[in-house]
Every structure is written in C-alpha cells, then in structure tokens.
Design a protein around this ligand. Structure first.
Ligand SMILES: Cc1cc2nc3c(=O)[nH]c(=O)nc-3n(C[C@H](O)[C@H](O)[C@H](O)COP(=O)(O)OP(=O)(O)OC[C@H]3O[C@@H](n4cnc5c(N)ncnc54)[C@H](O)[C@@H]3O)c2cc1C
Length: 546
C-alpha cells in the first residue's frame, strides 16, 4: 500500500524459469528432427538464460549502448568500440555454450540442430549480441576457401573462450568474425561494390591484397576478422580481413561512426573505410558472391531461428501477463476473444519453431541429396516467411499487455525491445524480396520440385487443405511466369511445409487449427480470427511458459 492507492492487478514479470523445459513445441521439434539428441546441455542453458541475473545483463547491454572511440586523447586512431560489462557477460555465455562455432568440430550428433535450439533459446534472452555469434558460426564453410587461414583460425573460431581484447591471433584463446558486403550504392545488388583490391604478394595465408574503399553497414566491428567483398582484376572477390595483421600491427580498418538504429541496441553496427588494408583472397578471384554466400546461407538460418525465438519470448510474456491480469471479472486469458488472440499467436510461434528447426536439420545431413535440396529451398523460404511474420506478431503480443506493452521504462519493458528488434531479421542478410527471388532460383536447381513433394508426402491424407495445397504447388511452380509472384509462392511453400511439420509433430488441436486457418481460409486478416470451433484451451495450455 502506498499513500494514495494500493497497487494490484499488475502481473509479476516472467523470470527465473527454464526456457527449454517449458518450451514444448521446441522439444517436440527436436524429437522429430534429432530423436537421439542429448538435451542436458539445453536444459542447463535454458535455466541460465531464464534467470533474473541474465535478464539484467540483457537490459543493461541494451540501455548502455556501445560507444565508438575513433582516436585516443593524443589524436592517434584507435577505432575501438567500448561495451558495457553486461555485453561481455552475454557474449561469454553465448560463446561458452558453443553457439558460435561448435557444430564445425563434429564432436556431437546433430550438432547444427543442437546449436540451433541453443541459439533460439538465447534469442529469447537477448538477440542483438547474437549478431557476431551468428557471423562467427556462419563463416566456417566460406573460410574453408583459404586453407592457410582456415587452418590457423578454424580452431579458435570454435573455442569456448571469449576474449574481447584486440590482440594478434597467437595471443587469443578464441576469436569472432564478421562480414562486410553492403556499400552505400548497393546492398542487395553487391555487384555494385566499388571497394578495390590490389594484389601485393603471397604468404602463408595465400594471395595478399591491399583493399581500399568502404562498407556502409559493418556490424560488430570489434570482431577479430571479417570476410568482405571487393573488386579484384577478375571481378568481385571474397577476402579475409583481420583487424590485426600477422606482424602484430593494426590493419587499416577505420570506423567512421556507429549506426543509430531502431533496435538491436546492444550490438554495434558501424560504417567503415579501408585504406590499403591487408586482406587475403578466399576462394577464387571473381567468385566472391558464391563464396561469401556460403556464409550468408548460415546467417539466414539464424534469422529464422532468431525470429522464432523472439516470437516465443513475446508469446511467453503475453501468456504470463494475461494469466495474471484481470479485466471484466476474470483473467484476460479466460476471455474468449483473448483466447483466440493467444491461440493464434501460439500457432504462429510453433509453426515458426518447427520450420526453423527442420531447416537446421538439413545442415546436419548434407550428405543426403534431399537434405541438400531442402537447405537450398527452405533457407530463403523460412527466412522470408518467419521473419516477415515477426513484426505483425510482436505488435499483437504487445497489445496483449495493453499500455504496459508500449512502455520501455529503462529497458524493463522487454516487449518494446522485441518490437523494435523484429523487423531486422527480415531486412539484413537479404531482405524479403531477395529471399523470394532466391527461392525461384533454388527451384531451378536439381529436382527441387520433386524434393518438395517428397518433403510433404508423410503428412498427406490427414488435412484436406494441406492435400489441396500440396497437389497444387508443383503445377504452380511449373507455370510461374513472373518474379512478381515470388512472394506468394514463398509464402505458400512455407505454409505447406509448416503444416506438414505440425501434422507430424504437434497435437491435433494445433495442426487442425493451423491448417483450417492458414490453408483452409477459416481466418481473418489479423491475429485472433481463428474459427469459433478451435480448441483454444489446448493450444494455449501447450504454449504456457510455466
Ligand atoms: C542493423 C543492420 C546491420 C547490418 N549489418 C551488416 C553487416 O554487418 N554487413 C553487411 O554486409 N551488411 C549489413 N547490413 C546491411 C543489410 O544486409 C542490407 O541493408 C540489406 O541486405 C539490404 O540492402 P540495402 O540496404 O542496400 O537495400 P537495397 O538493396 O537498396 O534494397 C531495398 C529494397 O529493395 C528490394 N529489392 C532489391 N532488389 C530487388 C529486386 N530485384 N526485386 C525486388 N525488390 C528488390 C529489397 O528487398 C529491399 O526491400 C546491416 C543492416 C542493418 C539494418
């Protein structure tokens, strides 16, 4: 009681719970995609990430944003970004959990699925520090294009030590990496890059070049090295660019300023210039785009995982709030129309989780032709559709909290942070249109259409709406005449695969409602428009975070 009124009917926050144990849809997706997976590690990580201490780190890292120091007080360039200690605590936890590189060591079964689940859980705590974690995970396939660099850097990219200091490689127990493609004149169309690479000689890391130019977006500039694109005599090429040269001197990477972003506040995203910076060729000269896209494929997987994690976080907060908040005589979660909203969000969240984890499985099984084709097709499909749904989802989850959802309160208002973060996964690593167009390219590879039919086959005969869509897709793909139809196709492939997964992994209440709404037309244009016959209670019960 305070002097003017009693504070009541205000929920307690969702804290000190196990993010993994309480995530039924994720656990079911893991059982389906990696039945023999050992989940002890995820159980432990889930407890850590749900703790009050880690939530405090997430808040502090987002409210005390990175600061750029271009020069020291004597006027010497230093190009350092200073982070709050909570940023480093989060990075330490993510690296310690192996979210940045362990799948490439091949030490566990289903390593990409295991890491994908951990990455998804971490996103529920804090997504922006995962930018360098994701890029470090993603770089290995592309970096193999330079055997010398990969031999020296590979083990440290997978090390569980986080060392933020700027030091030569041999003094560092672990390293992180970023990427630089986007320039002022073009991000989607990187063929427009003007940064120039001039050959200087060769050494233990292969062909060495001097790189001059800029990057308009260059996230996590405190990483130890980057893959970048630059124009060489044979065309656009991929280069390895360390911050410290092998002789211990600082490379000529000059941070111009940090971006003032809508969200993603804990992560520094910079603009940089290179002044004859030393860089080593990765792959062949002139083949830079396919080379660096081996990295882009993995970061696109992470966009799908990340948005699925953010959806789950927003849903958990909405469920926690509506279970405690009363209006018009009962908890909000018991109001029929709120049940419809929450159940609809739960369906979307589970479908995103199912698709993202399915995609991760494809990277564990690249020896199989079907999985190679699934990785090729489902990477753009999942990135397009899951990330496209994110912002709409966050807005509706926020509204479940009423006015409290819109309030930041020094970073305590996590829903506002989620809302600001959501659009990003849809924009970076190839925006929505680029993903939809990439699907069209993927469908021309191998027997992609047959692979899609094969993927849907186990779910046939159980949902009439899914059968109709699965029957129609091959002919639609065949008849596709214009790029203008690419988004609709990407959406429908995503919905078909999501429905097929839910039919196989989720209770009937979830699969029935998903198919009836998303495929059968029994749905409106906002969340909360499921048909009245939906089993709302079962869907909500399954999604409860505690
Ligand atoms: C916070 C943040 C951090 C980032 N960090 C990095 C980083 O570390 N490294 C890096 O390299 N980049 C980074 N980026 C850049 C990001 O990847 C690009 O912004 C993105 O790829 C889009 O490129 P663009 O901004 O040049 O937009 P454009 O290429 O101009 O695209 C604008 C719009 O046009 C659409 N479009 C483009 N071509 C077509 C077409 N043929 N048909 C139909 N539509 C089309 C796109 O989908 C998009 O919606 C970052 C961006 C952000 C916001």
């Amino acid at each position: 009681m305070n002097s003017t009124h009693e504070v009541f009917n205000q929920p307690t926050p969702l804290v000190d719970y196990n993010l993994f144990d309480t995530h039924r849809p994720l656990r079911d997706a893991l059982k389906f995609n990696a039945p023999a997976l050992q989940t002890t590690q995820l159980h432990e990580l889930g407890a850590t990430l749900g703790s009050a201490a880690m939530q405090t780190h997430a808040r502090l890292a987002n409210t005390h944003t990175p600061q750029l120091h271009t020069h020291d007080r004597f006027g010497r360039r230093i190009d350092e970004v200073e982070f709050h200690p909570s940023y480093h605590a989060l990075m330490q936890t993510a690296v310690g959990a192996g979210l940045h590189g362990t799948p490439w060591t091949g030490l566990s079964a289903s390593p990409h699925v295991l890491r994908a689940a951990g990455f998804m859980l971490f996103t529920e705590l804090e997504p922006s520090i995962l930018c360098p974690i994701s890029m470090t995970y993603a770089v290995t396939p592309a970096l193999r294009g330079n055997a010398g660099v990969h031999a020296d850097w590979g083990p440290k990219l997978a090390s569980l030590w986080y060392d933020p200091a700027l030091k030569p490689l041999h003094d560092k127990p672990g390293v992180t990496m970023g990427m630089g493609m986007t320039e002022k004149q073009g991000g989607s169309d990187v063929r427009a890059n003007t940064t120039q690479a001039v050959r200087e000689g060769s050494d233990a890391w292969g062909e060495r070049y001097a790189v001059t130019g800029h990057k308009w977006f260059f996230s996590a500039p405190m990483c130890d090295a980057f893959l970048i694109l630059a124009q060489a005599p044979a065309g656009l090429s991929c280069f390895f660019l360390p911050r410290v040269r092998p002789d211990g001197s600082r490379n000529a990477i000059h941070i111009q300023r940090l971006k003032d972003k809508l969200g993603n506040k804990a992560n520094a995203s910079s603009e940089v210039e290179f002044q004859r910076a030393s860089a080593w060729l990765v792959g062949e000269e002139g083949r830079g785009i396919p080379q660096i896209l081996e990295m882009g494929t993995m970061t696109r997987l992470d966009c799908s995982l990340g948005t699925s994690g953010l959806m789950r976080q927003a849903l958990g907060i909405a469920l926690n709030h509506t279970a405690q908040r009363h209006a018009f005589g009962k908890p909000l979660v018991e109001q029929p129309l709120m049940k419809n909203v929450l159940a609809d969000l739960a369906l979307e969240s589970e479908a995103a989780t199912a698709l993202a984890i399915r995609l991760a499985r494809a990277f564990d099984q690249q020896g199989a032709e079907h999985e190679r084709l699934m990785a090729r097709l489902l990477t753009p499909v999942a990135k397009f559709w899951i990330c496209k749904r994110g912002s709409h989802f966050a807005q509706e989850a926020m509204e479940c909290l009423g006015g409290n959802g819109y309030v930041e309160e020094g970073g305590e208002g996590v829903m506002a942070r989620i809302y600001r973060e959501m659009p990003l996964n849809s924009i970076w690593e190839g925006a929505g249109n680029i993903m939809a167009l990439d699907l069209l390219r993927g469908l021309r590879k191998g027997d992609a259409v047959a692979a899609l039919v094969h993927e849907l086959a186990p779910a046939r005969g159980q949902q009439a709406a899914l059968d109709r869509l699965a029957d129609a897709l091959p002919a639609r793909i065949e008849a596709m005449a214009s790029e203008a139809e690419a988004r609709r196709l990407a959406q429908d492939v995503a919905l078909a695969v999501q429905a097929a997964l839910l039919v196989q992994t989720a209770p009937a209440a979830v699969a029935d409602a998903f198919c009836a709404s998303r495929l059968g037309g029994d749905w409106g244009q906002a969340f909360g428009t499921l048909g009245a016959g939906t089993d709302f209670d079962s869907i909500i019960q399954r999604a409860q975070p505690r």
